[in-house]
Design a protein around this ligand. Structure first.
Ligand SMILES: Nc1ncnc2c1ncn2[C@@H]1O[C@H](COP(=O)(O)OP(=O)(O)OP(=O)(O)O)[C@@H](O)[C@H]1O
Ligand SMILES: [Mg+2]
Length: 488
């Protein structure tokens, strides 16, 4: 067996050794999937009432996305088959999830006050939007949805977790002609996990439409993708290499694709991807619309922009770069003290779910083993694992099966797990973009979060430079951290 492809420590130990749980060696450190696992660790200072409120909030997040809609007043579960999208009562039949009452910052609340209904979207699409729990468009959605609907090219920059995905998926879904069985929209993203997540968002938002969404990435069977492409596909989400492969083979026909969306566009235009992207663009018609989205746009993007989107509509919602809801700390440590320091953080912090970044595949595996030995639950993920295993770790971590995830920069961009309230840079990143995207894995949709950076002597200049480049303050970690700054 490929040692890099094995399951992370503690993986699959969900009690019992039945057919679905072949691991004969249950790990006592594994928390198991249990609604109470998100309960705050015992803190005598916290009142019972606060604690209950907190549990309800986080428990709600794990119900989202297909679970029981709950018993909240807002949850309307009228399921009359006789009321269709054309009925005046269409809103009454929606299965709206309970409202998220957690504190949200201005990063998402400072809107113009638009409503999704202002954009004259298809009713079936509106139904999907509301059933996803979106009540009003976020600032980036207010800016980009109406412009994208006009057919203009867009270069959009908005902070992490502020809803860029729906900002491009909603106009894409609106524009697709469901009766024309050709690929009309391609969404490119840099990682397979992000492709899966984005295609899932498209499917959820388009739940009441008849839009056929396909996801296509490396690491899966090419033959299966070819077979799938014989069936109707309207919207294709994927990673550039696989889509180019299919286009070159003539199975993925892009001549009618009028919209190309590049999420994490600066990453897709880095030397690693740019040649693939440029080849791919030549399979699209000349009058295609291109939308570029990211939280970071270094100057490297300029050359591509000048050639392919000469007059884009530019949206820049980043008057500052870091999220208002995230508090950033550093702890000055020696390399050999890092694990001990992490252990202290685990025991002191109120971690709902955490993502812990290392700078190499090897260090991810070593650290995951250490964390498990310390008695904490932990999964790990990196790009050298088999895709099936990556998918299972991603899926199970998202569903709350484990509290901590150790990873490489594979999970730095776009990954949206609302329950993550703590990000730890076990290894400090080398550049400001990577730092920004990493810490943006917590504090999703304007919520609160904490970023803790372990800084060695060698990292000290990087810390200073990144602070300067982002115009942000990373403070020294205090002995006690008030829960109110990352748990509300
Ligand atoms: N209008 C809305 N109302 C409520 N929640 C929303 C709305 N739009 C998006 N969200 C939620 O906000 C979260 C973050 O959205 P998304 O992943 O699109 O952010 P992003 O801007 O792409 O972030 P990143 O830069 O990290 O990729 C998601 O869980 C999404 O469901
Ligand atoms: Mg995103």
């Amino acid at each position: 067996m490929n040692p890099r492809g094995r399951f992370p420590p503690g993986y699959g130990n969900r009690g019992g050794n039945g057919p679905q749980n072949p691991n004969p060696n249950p790990n006592p450190n594994f928390y198991g999937r249990n609604p109470n696992q998100y309960a705050p660790r015992g803190n005598p200072m916290q009142s019972q009432q606060q604690s209950q409120q907190y549990q309800q909030q986080w428990a709600r997040r794990s119900q989202m996305g297909g679970g029981d809609p709950g018993t909240s007043d807002v949850a309307k579960t009228l399921q009359s088959e006789t009321v269709g999208p054309s009925s005046p009562d269409w809103k009454a039949q929606l299965k709206i999830p309970p409202r998220d009452t957690r504190y949200k910052t201005e990063d998402v609340t400072a809107t113009k006050g638009n409503e999704f209904e202002d954009y004259f979207l298809k009713r079936e699409l509106l139904m999907g939007i509301y059933e996803k729990g979106f009540e009003q468009p976020s600032p980036i959605q207010e800016e980009s949805i109406p412009i994208a609907l006009t057919g203009s090219d867009i270069l959009a920059r908005a902070k992490n977790g502020t809803g860029k995905t729906a900002a491009f998926c909603i106009p894409a879904l609106e524009k697709i002609d469901q009766d024309n069985n050709v690929i009309q929209v391609v969404i490119l993203v840099p990682t397979r996990e992000l492709a899966l997540q984005t295609s899932q968002v498209c499917k959820e938002l388009g739940k009441h439409l008849k839009v056929q969404v396909m996801v296509s990435t490396g690491g899966t069977s090419l033959k299966d993708d070819i077979m799938r492409l014989y069936q109707p596909v309207h919207l294709l989400v994927g990673t550039p290499g696989r889509i180019l492969d299919l286009a070159k083979k003539g199975v993925c026909v892009l001549k009618d694709c009028s919209m190309l969306i590049m999420d994490e566009a600066d990453k897709l235009l880095s030397p690693e991807f740019q040649p693939t992207i440029e080849q791919l663009i030549h399979f699209l018609p000349a009058n295609r619309q291109i939308l570029l989205f990211s939280a970071t746009f270094p100057v490297t993007v300029k050359d591509f922009k000048d050639r392919y989107l000469p007059k884009p509509y530019v949206i820049n919602l980043m008057d500052e770069l870091t999220l208002k809801g995230i508090t950033q700390y550093y702890a000055f440590v020696e390399e050999r003290q890092k694990v001990h320091c992490l252990n202290t953080l685990f025991s002191k912090l109120q971690i709902n779910q955490s993502i812990i970044f290392c700078n190499s595949v090897n260090r991810v595996e070593l650290l995951a083993r250490k964390i498990t030995e310390l008695g904490f639950s932990c999964f790990y993920i990196h790009a050298k694992m088999l895709q099936d295993h990556r998918n299972r770790v991603f899926h199970d971590f998202r569903n709350g099966a484990c509290r901590n995830l150790v990873c490489t920069d594979l999970f730095t961009r776009g990954i949206d797990i609302q329950a993550v309230n703590v990000v730890i840079n076990f290894d400090f990143p080398k550049n400001a973009e990577t730092y920004l995207h990493r810490v943006g894995r917590s504090g999703r949709f304007g919520h609160l979060g904490l970023a803790v950076n372990l800084i060695t002597y060698e990292d000290r200049f990087n810390l200073y430079r990144i602070e300067q480049e982002l115009g942000t303050e990373i403070k020294q970690i205090p002995p006690q951290i008030d829960q109110a700054i990352y748990c509300r």
